[in-house]
Design a protein around this ligand. Structure first.
Ligand code: AMP
Length: 220
């Protein structure tokens, strides 16, 4: 029996569970673009677009951007040609409203999600990862002051760019983001479990080990 190939994938897990790091690591092998919703917002903020200006305060406070704006930005991104054959979405859906709109949009297009991967991580560990997370202001590579430090403090190994801390990785925003995940996002997993499309992986431990687990559930 040939295995149905997995092309349309959604990653769901608490902030700090490594969704973006893992999506970057497996997107080429999956042959599908990485669609990172937080990154879409951050790039709109950096470019000063109307959406960026309107959403900035939500990101700074660790709040979710209103569903209407978020579903629209995702709809537009998934309509781009590179996503026609598949995608690896990281950071969406995060609310029941978003989950419904994703299901409707994909069902209308006849392309339902193949797999939802839950990156499971204890809350305390997620908070530790977020507090020490730094990203390169030039190339975007993600580092951690303790668990994955660059050779020279504050400088990216890859491009010598300066490392930055995200505004929403400040202590108060971290706890708030984790609360929102528990309240609004974690309940969606049950929905996907019932649909038979949920795979849960242990997101603790070394990045490479988690990547192996991710590749294994993706079947690539
Ligand atoms: P992330 O990079 O996934 O941690 O997302 C950073 C921030 O972007 C979040 O704290 C929200 O402010 C915003 N954001 C990302 N994804 C969503 C979403 N699905 N719904 C609403 N806001 C989001």
């Amino acid at each position: 029996m040939t295995r149905r190939s997995i092309r349309r994938v959604v990653l769901v897990g608490p902030p700090g569970s490594g969704k973006t790091t893992q999506a970057r690591a497996v997107s080429d092998k999956l042959g599908a673009p990485h669609v990172c919703i937080g990154e879409l917002f951050r790039s709109n903020i950096a470019r000063g677009t109307p959406l960026g200006m309107a959403s900035r305060s939500y990101l700074d406070r660790g709040e979710l951007v209103p569903d209407e704006w978020t579903t629209e930005i995702v709809r537009q991104r998934l309509a781009e040609p590179d996503a026609a054959g598949g995608f690896l979405v990281d950071g969406f859906p995060r609310t029941a409203h978003q989950a419904r709109s994703l299901t409707e949009a994909l069902n209308d297009a006849g392309t339902p999600v193949d797999l939802v991967v839950e990156t499971l991580l204890e809350r305390d560990e997620a908070a530790l990862r977020l507090a020490g997370r730094r990203s390169c202001g030039s190339c975007g590579r993600i580092w951690h002051v303790r668990f994955n430090p660059p050779a020279v403090y504050g400088i990216c190994d890859d491009c010598a760019g300066a490392l930055e801390q995200r505004s929403d990785d400040a202590a108060a925003a971290i706890q708030h983001r984790l609360d929102l995940y528990d309240r609004d996002t974690a309940p969606l997993l049950e929905l996907y479990r019932r649909q038979g499309v949920l795979a849960t992986i242990d997101a603790s431990g070394a990045v490479e080990d988690v990547t192996e687990r991710m590749l294994s559930v993706l079947g690539v």
